[in-house]
Design a protein around this ligand. Structure first.
Ligand code: FPP
Length: 241
């Protein structure tokens, strides 16, 4: 791949899908698919660094996923916890800044403490920012942003006129992704073609790429192929070129 001359996306975001089907195809428990999915997280993180991507974000657990069986929720949260502990030194060695974004009030105290620790220890790193969206949904994000804005209005009635002049670019700072560039590319694996309540505001002009590959099989080769597809896209943002 000609990465030197290629148009590289700054922010790649992935809806990791198909772990359960991957496991079922092999006669395994769904949880085995999630464990294998962690290997794909590692592979894609490495590939992102190699390609010069600056932000890689992953939809790991949606607000809706709380409706899954408790045993599966426990497995996913356990995998998150274990991966963070195990990967911390690799993050440090490779200049990776780690972030978790979402409704963290629903996470356990133990997991939140580990997340805080991992975020704090990697906050100066700049080669790649790896964002895990956990207990996240796009509508939840927009709503919490609207509530923050309303609270600011209530606190500062004297600034009412100025605050009401808010533009979309100014609303960004109320979202949990404040300061993070919008995704240039959103990839969804496993052949499903929907956004499932993910980055609804931030993805307004993202290029979408749907791959038939199940997440546990989505490795470096598939990631690089996605970068090549992106490089050929013509982004017009509603304008004429
Ligand atoms: C979708 O497959 C996948 C998930 C809901 C979880 C993704 C989580 C991981 C890969 C593990 C933890 C992540 C990190 C960042 C270490 P599915 O279960 O919906 O699959 P199906 O549609 O085939 O049932």
């Amino acid at each position: 791949m000609e990465t030197d001359t290629m148009k590289v996306p700054v922010h790649v975001s992935i809806i990791m899908d198909g772990n359960g089907r991957w496991a079922k195809e092999r006669g395994l428990e769904r949880t085995a698919g999630h464990a294998e999915g962690v290997e794909s997280v590692r592979a894609c993180t490495e590939a992102a660094v190699e390609c010069g991507v600056k932000y890689l974000s992953l939809y790991a657990f949606s607000e809706e996923n709380w409706g899954r069986p408790q045993s599966e929720i426990d497995t996913l949260m356990g995998l998150m916890f274990k991966s963070m502990i195990e990967e911390l030194s690799a993050f440090a060695d490779n200049g990776i800044r780690f972030m978790v974004l979402g409704n963290r009030s629903r996470l356990s105290g133990e997991l939140n403490a580990a997340i805080d620790d991992c975020m704090e220890k990697t906050m100066e790193n700049r080669t790649l920012t790896l964002i895990v969206f956990l207990s996240y949904s796009g509508k939840w994000d927009i709503l919490q942003a609207a509530k923050k804005f309303a609270a600011e209005m209530a606190r500062h009635p004297e600034r009412g006129e100025e605050l009401m002049a808010l533009e979309p670019s100014g609303f960004d700072r109320y979202l949990v992704t404040s300061g993070i560039p919008d995704p240039d590319l959103i990839i969804r694996t496993s052949g499903e073609m929907r956004l499932s309540n993910y980055l609804l505001w931030q993805g307004a002009y993202s290029e979408l790429l749907f791959s038939d590959v199940l997440w546990p099989d989505f490795r470096k080769r598939e990631f690089r192929a996605a970068m090549e597809t992106y490089a050929k896209r013509d982004r017009r943002y509603g304008k004429v070129k």
